[in-house]
Design a protein around this ligand. Sequence first.
Ligand code: NAD
Length: 421
Amino acid sequence: MSMLEDAKKQLDAAFKYANINPESWERLQYPHKTLQVAIPMRLDDGTLRMYKALRCQYDSTLGPTKGGIRFHEYVSRDEIEALAFWMTFKCACVKVPFGGAKGGVCVNPRSLSHRELERLSKAYIDAFADFIGPDEDIPAPDMYTDERVMGWMYSEYRKIKGGHPRDIITGKPVALGGIEGRTSATGYGGFFVLDYLLKNHRWKFKIPPQDELTIAVQGFGQVGYWFSEICYRNGFKIIGASNEYGGTHDPHGLNIPACRRTLDKSDSKEWGQGEKITNAELLAMDVDILVPAAIENVITKDNVDSIKAKIVFEMANGPTTNAADEILRDRGVVMIPDILANAGGVVVSYFEWLQNRTAEQRSEEKTQKDLKDKMEYATSRTLVRHMEYDVPMRTAAYILALKRINDANECLGNKDYFAFS
Ligand code: NAD
C-alpha cells in the first residue's frame, strides 16, 4: 500500500464519526496539484547532475497551501503527497488559515558541498517560482533544509519576481524577515502539548508524575533537539536519544545541551554520554514516552511488538503505520498524533507570514506565548472530540480538522443546496 493510501485511512476513520457532508470527503481524496520536474545542478568538479524535485499542493480549502521542502535520498511522489495530505489536516487541526503542501528534492544532502547546496536550493526555486506564491503556496524548512536554505530560496525568488516578497517563504533567517523562535517552534510546540496533557489529564492517560517519567527521543535535528532541550530545561528525564548514526542510553538522564555540543564536534557521531545503542534499541526502550522525531514509517508491524512505551508522542510526520497504530492502541498505548504534536512549526510559520504581510516586528516572547496558547487550545479541542466520540486522539484530531474543512466547503454550497435552485 502506498504511503498516501495508508495516510487516507486516518481520514476514513474520522469520517465514520464526524457528521460531515460526503462531498468534503470526496474533495479530499486526491492531491489537487503535484508538479514533478528534473532540476539541473553542476557539481563543484564541473559534472552536470539532474535531480528529481517535487511540490504537491494537496488541498487549499482553508487558504494558501503551506508545507516544508525536504532534501532526502528517499523523496518520492508518494511520500511528498502523503506529507502534503498530513499538512492539510495539521493546519486545520490547529486552526491556521492554510491548506497543505509539501516539496522535496531526491538527493543525499550530506554528499553536497555548501556551494552545491546553495545552487540546488536556488535551482529548486527556478523550477517552482510560478507554482508557489505568497497567496498560493508558501514553503518552509523540513528534513535537511534549514534557515540558510530558506534564505537562499528567498533570495532566488526575489531575484525572479522582484521587490521584497518576504511572505513567500517562512523559516527564513531573522535578518531576511524571519521570525525569532521559528527554529525551535516545532519542538517547543510539542512540549506545550505534552505539558498540557500532563498538567490536566495525567490520570486519564495513566502518565506517572514528572519526577518518575522517562522519555526517549529518536531524531536530534531541528525537531528532536529543541523538543529535548525544552524538556531538559523543565526538569524532564530524557534517558535515550538517537540520530541516523545511532543513539545513546543513560538511565540517569542525558544532559541535552552537552550532547549537542559533542555531536557538533564529531560530525553527529559521538554523544559524549551514556552507552551506545542502535535505533532499533532506542525504539524498544522501556520508557513512559517514546518520541519519534526523525522520519516516517519507523514504527511498523515488523517492530511494533518490541515497543514498550506507554505513550507514543509523534513529533515526526507519519512515524507510525496504520497497522502498527492499531496494534499499539489495542495494547492500550496512547498515541498522540503528529498532526497535533508537531504543529508548532506551522503555527509559528503562520506568525512569520503575518509579520511579513503587515511589516510588524514580533518579539520572541509574544511568539512563545501565542504558540503556547494555540497549541493548548488545539489540544483541548482535540480532547473534547476524543471524549465526545470516544475515539483515539488521532481520530479526534482528524474529526476536528475535517469539521473545519467541511464548514468552509459548506459555505460554497452542497448537493442539497443546488438541488433546490
Ligand atoms: P532534521 O533534518 O533537522 O533532523 C532529522 C534528524 O533525524 C537528524 O538527527 C537525523 O540524523 C535523524 N534521522 C534521519 N534519518 C534517521 C533514521 N533513519 N533513523 C534515526 N534517525 C534519523 O529534520 P527535522 O526538521 O527535525 O524533521 C524531523 C521530522 O519532523 C520529519 O518527519 C519532519 O517532516 C517533521 N517535521 C518537521 C518540522 C520542522 O519545522 N522542521 C515541522 C513538523 C514536522
